[in-house]
Design a protein around this ligand. Sequence first.
Ligand code: UT7
Length: 311
Amino acid sequence: MNAGVIGIGRYVPDRVLTNEDLEKIVDTSDEWIRSRTGIEERRIADDDMDTSHLAELAAKNALEDAEIPAEELDMILVATVTGDYGFPSVACLIQERLGAKNAVAMDVSAACAGFIYGMITAKQYIESGTYKKILVVGVEKLSKITNWEDRNTAVLFGDGAGAAIIAPVSEGRGILSFDMGSDGSGAKHLYQNGQHLYMSGREVFKFAVRQMPESSLKVVEKAGLEKEDVDFLIPHQANIRIMEAARERLGLPSEKMAYTVQKYGNTSSSSIPIALVESVMDGKIKEDDVLVLVGFGGGLTWGAVALKWGK
Ligand code: UT7
């Protein structure tokens, strides 16, 4: 039995914060932000919309896309580092609101690699025959932990949510292979201390340009494929220069990679599922395409999957 994706959904807040808006808040420029990161604008959730609300809206879209009622969910995994509370988990909060009364619910803490960790965890439960339908959500309200006085980080992040329903799919489709890893010695490079997020951008950058291509190539090899077999790359949308490094190592043209970083900035665990949804909506992904999804983040953590698209 192989686990794959039977439904997807995303939600991004309406409120747009442009680079020009940020020029009024910190000592920065549109030119610096664009050239160093590729970001042009990001979305910011209103004060009365917390993380679980973003997650709930993305999850509802995914359930609708999969055409299943919430009662059919066996498990809810929410990848987030910006939960509404220390506890209960965002997963428990949305279980109640979705009416997913048969699901066990928990959060996954792996920062920007969280959605990939969630997918790989879901795959284990599906392929062991334990569960049949699992909702995986990547969601962040990073605006609430952003230090709006620190130009090193304030310009990078945004809010959003993406979701997928993982379930058994037909033979040959679904998650073909995965790679995941952690390196706690790099915890000091990206963390939340008290209210705010802190990042040593250079260090994370160096780690990411090495890890993203490496992990991507690993899942291709583990799936018994060549890099020429990859139809589409969905990297974590942190910085366009890191994304391009991964694309070039896979030898893919730019039309075979998802770019949402310019519109949404870095939305951590939600960036990969949001980019997946938008690539499908834009008709860039078709049935039986081989996709590589790859992410990295605070921890340090990283993860990738090779996925053959379709039910
Ligand atoms: O989701 C996973 C976690 N995050 C990441 O993936 C981020 C990884 N890192 C990066 O994307 C990049 O390192 C950054 C975009 C954060 C920074 O780009 P960089 O090319 O590594 O620049 P830098 O940190 O080496 O800084 C260069 C200069 C510094 O000035 P000095 O010391 O050379 O005078 C910074 O103070 O740019 C300055 N700077 C800024 N200038 C204008 C830093 N932030 C800004 C800013 N506007 N917003």
